[in-house]
Design a protein around this ligand. Structure first.
Ligand SMILES: Cc1cc2nc3c(=O)[nH]c(=O)nc-3n(C[C@H](O)[C@H](O)[C@H](O)COP(=O)(O)OP(=O)(O)OC[C@H]3O[C@@H](n4cnc5c(N)ncnc54)[C@H](O)[C@@H]3O)c2cc1C
Length: 393
């Protein structure tokens, strides 16, 4: 399952970029809680902001294996950066896959340069693992109508040229940086099948960005709530037919999960690399700790599990590229790779001893960052549910 020459060439470019431009400042970005915008601009210069955007709209149109390779290499440098790009790609993929020609023309060429940044707003305070339970609503209304309560829209106004959005989204990555968000909302509050996706410019009236969450890890990535208070969105910004949004979200997230699995592999590899280097340098009992069998066995387990996670991830990506239904494979990859990343980072701290517990070494960040890969884009429990259901039903 080796990459093709072209895939390997892109991987090598991103590997070098991560080593030279991302990793050196990753610890500081984490400490400051600031996203490295200069790195983002560098990604734009490398055409990576258009990684999944079709070529005709100025993108790179990467195949799914390349997408996984890029995510792994970026996450080896910084998970915050890889996450920002993968969420941007969720947004551009929604537009590329479900948008009209006009919507693609309007948004994709610019987004392929990296600005505006995209966000993907599905989760809510009370609707995480179960997005169908969302309560954000979109009511169709005419521009002239000024009712304070959009839910009072008359039948005559249901064909209006605007939607009025009300509700809140939670945990939105890129939320402070984004110029546009893909927002999922119900067009009928009582019907879980009425979820619809909208392209929402972040500067639209009635869109408010909440404060940044103070998180365990992924601290350089901005995660915020969004509030829609009678936000008027032109009807032409609807991305799918009414009621097609949830299926669209789930299909985009299946591919997204392979990207998260690849990111987890990147974090695990970074932790393993740090542990190997440290084990060679650190001496106790007059010899490098790498001489102790206990340390060698730890490194052997870390390497084996990271390799297995990479193979599962690549296999899922290859099958997705071949057009197979990869819901089970994507969940297997995400479940195994994310739990592996947590375990490998944990062992990397152990190999560093007390120093691993300080911010002088990056392994504590790898550990904190790895944990999120078991949660976002579907928790480990949800991945197991997808796998089990897929096999048993
Ligand atoms: C840093 C960060 C960034 C994020 N970025 C985004 C983003 O950009 N866009 C976005 O839309 N969302 C984003 N999310 C949201 C993320 O996808 C959700 O947090 C995740 O889906 C889990 O939802 P929840 O937090 O509401 O947990 P819950 O759904 O409340 O789950 C709580 C616990 O219950 C378990 N559980 C729930 N249902 C079941 C079940 N059926 N069977 C077994 N166990 C179950 C879960 O596994 C978990 O252990 C982000 C989250 C974080 C923390």
């Amino acid at each position: 399952m080796e990459p093709t020459a072209e895939q390997a060439a892109i991987r090598d470019v991103v590997r070098e970029f991560a080593a030279e431009e991302i990793r050196p400042s990753a610890q500081e970005a984490d400490r400051e809680g600031e996203f490295p915008e200069d790195v983002w601009d560098g990604l734009g210069d490398l055409d990576l902001a258009g990684l999944t955007t079709p070529e005709e709209y100025g993108g790179y149109d990467a195949d799914r294996v390349t997408y996984a390779l890029v995510n792994e290499e970026l996450a080896h440098g910084s998970l915050a950066v890889a996450t920002a790009l993968s969420v941007h790609c969720l947004a551009t993929s929604c537009i590329a896959e479900f948008g009209s020609d006009e919507q693609r023309e309007r948004w994709l060429p610019e987004m392929a340069t990296g600005r505006p940044v995209g966000a993907f707003a599905l989760s809510e305070t009370h609707a995480g693992s179960n997005p169908a339970g969302m309560s954000t609503e979109a009511c169709r209304d005419s521009a002239e109508k000024t009712s304070a309560d959009p839910r009072e829209a008359t039948d005559a106004s249901r064909d209006g040229d605007e939607y009025i959005l009300n509700g809140d989204k939670q945990w939105i990555t890129n939320g402070t940086r984004a110029g546009v968000a893909i927002v999922f909302a119900k067009t009928d509050r009582d019907d879980p099948n009425s979820v619809t996706q909208f392209l929402v410019p972040m500067d639209a009236d009635g869109v408010e960005v909440g404060k940044k969450e103070d998180k365990l890890g992924l601290r350089a990535s901005d995660t915020v709530s969004l509030t829609f208070d009678d936000a008027r969105i032109p009807a032409e910004n609807r991305l799918t037919e009414e009621g097609r949004g949830l299926a669209a979200a789930l299909s985009i997230l299946t591919g997204g999960r392979i990207g998260i699995a690849a990111q987890a592999v990147g974090v695990a590899q970074a932790a393993l690399d740090a542990a190997v280097e440290y084990a060679g340098d650190r001496e106790q009992f007059d010899r490098p700790i790498a001489d102790f069998q206990a340390i060698r066995h730890k490194v052997a387990d870390m390497h084996t599990r990271t390799g297995a996670a990479r193979l599962l991830t690549r296999d899922a990506a290859r099958r997705e590229e071949a057009g197979e239904d990869v819901r089970i494979e994507a969940s297997m990859a995400k479940y195994f790779a994310s739990e592996t990343a947590v375990d490998v980072a944990n062992e990397a701290i152990q190999i560093h001893g007390g120093y691993g517990y300080t911010t002088d070494f990056p392994v504590e960040r790898f550990y904190r960052d790895a944990k999120i890969t078991t949660i976002y884009e579907g928790t480990t429990q949800i991945q197991k549910d997808v796998i089990g259901r897929g096999l048993l039903e």
